[in-house]
Design a protein around this ligand. Structure first.
Ligand code: PLP
Length: 394
């Protein structure tokens, strides 16, 4: 860096980023140049929010909701979150422990800042959402990845995770259904994990359940809210982005242990004050209104998942296990003879297909690509046809 320029604090060097945004930006550039790109990069539903959600936002504007709201969220919305968790899981959640934040991501940032400091460790999945390791490092803690492997359908092994806990571990991050693999952790594995955690009472758990409503076939979502023995150290990360196709509205929430919620609220007051008032009314309508749009979207994803997995397995050099949830497939591509970065770049530049290389989600993503099937069946079919033509030239 130029010595004459102001210097940021050293910790700024610790923050990572999300490669997905760079790929999406490059794909958009190519489209602007007139290229045809099959875009299987973005981690967001390709659906519009249900009309009653949009109507609620318009009504909130007409009703004059333009001011600050209470920092943790409008009381009705916190109550609706609690009611929704009760409806879905039978869980008892005090609305006072719900903190509405601008996006699911914010809860992970707060969890890392609250629990991490030099001399501590934060465990997170690899391959996993790239921000886990980034915010863990930023907090001053040592980020400790635990592996998710193809032979287990990318579900963690409780035994393996527990073996990595030490007296320095402050926070364990888990994500099911998962980005980037689509892996869903079976209930028995969560049972084992929670049983083992009894020996580590000082470890907090952050459960990223942002894809909770997207599971397929015989895969079922297990919420960590269903284990009373860890409720006083569980941070639940959830939100509206994926379930209600509201990624750009920046809406999420955390359920915090009673003794930590005030700290989380203080972080909110010190950063964003509150979530956009209009968006909160839309979020309320999303939870309280009809859920058919969610069911329709998940049914569409289920069909596309079948399609993309079957097609990926016909590409020479590709091997794809069935993802149980979310809207991602994570094939192994080592058989093509190209590494994941080169293949990602060449698929975009030469074949016109945007996907994300596996190592943007951690070292264990080596040899893999992430395909988002939040795209139409036509786009998926065309993308795989292009990939096959490209692979035939290697
Ligand atoms: N957690 C996971 C696993 C994700 O994949 C994402 C988004 O891609 C998020 C959290 C963040 O969601 P939001 O857009 O609500 O911040």
């Amino acid at each position: 860096m130029d010595q004459n320029l102001v210097r940021p604090a050293a910790r700024m060097e610790q923050l990572g980023t999300e490669t997905a945004f760079a790929v999406i930006a490059r794909a958009a550039e190519l489209v602007a140049q007139g290229r045809s790109i099959c875009n299987l990069g973005p981690g967001q539903p390709d659906f519009q929010p249900a009309p009653h959600i949009i109507e609620a936002a318009q009504q909130a504007i007409r009703d004059g909701h333009h001011g600050y709201t209470p920092s943790p969220g409008i009381p009705k919305l916190r109550e609706a979150v609690s009611a929704d968790l009760h409806r879905r899981y039978g869980a008892e959640v005090d609305p006072g422990q719900v903190l509405v934040v601008p996006g699911g991501k914010v809860t992970m940032f707060y969890a890392a800042l609250m629990m991490g400091e030099p001399g501590t460790e934060i465990l997170y999945p690899d391959p996993g959402f790239p921000i886990y390791g980034s915010v863990a490092r930023f907090s001053g803690a040592t980020p400790v990845p635990y592996p998710l492997t193809e032979d287990r359908g990318f579900a963690f092994s409780a035994e393996d995770v527990l073996s990595r806990l030490t007296d320095k571990t402050r926070l364990l991050m888990v994500n099911s259904p998962a980005n980037p693999t689509g892996g869903v952790v079976p209930k028995e594995e969560f049972d084992k994990l929670v049983a083992g955690l009894a020996a580590f009472p000082k470890v907090a758990i952050m459960a990223d359940e942002i894809y909770s409503q997207m599971t397929y076939d015989n895969h079922n979502h297990t919420t960590l809210l269903s284990y009373p023995e860890i409720r006083d150290r569980l941070i639940l990360l959830e939100g509206w982005s994926k379930t209600y196709a509201l990624t750009g509205w920046r809406l999420g929430y955390g359920v915090w242990p009673a003794h930590l919620v005030d700290y989380a609220e203080r972080l909110a007051v010190n950063s964003h004050s509150c979530v956009n008032a209009v968006a909160q009314y839309a979020a309320l309508a999303a939870l309280e209104g009809p859920q058919d749009a969610v069911a329709d979207m998940v049914a569409a994803f289920s069909k596309r998942r079948r399609l993309i997995v079957d097609l990926l397995n016909t590409v020479p050099g590709f091997r794809c296990v069935e993802p149980g949830g979310a809207f991602y497939a994570f094939p192994n591509i080592e058989g093509t003879g190209l590494d994941e970065r080169t293949l990602q770049r060449r698929l975009l530049e030469d074949a016109g297909v945007a996907v994300i290389h596996g190592t943007s989600f951690g070292d264990m993503g080596e040899g893999y690509l992430r395909f988002s099937y939040a795209a139409s069946e036509d786009v998926i079919e065309e993308a795989i046809a292009r990939i096959k033509r490209f692979v035939a030239t290697l």
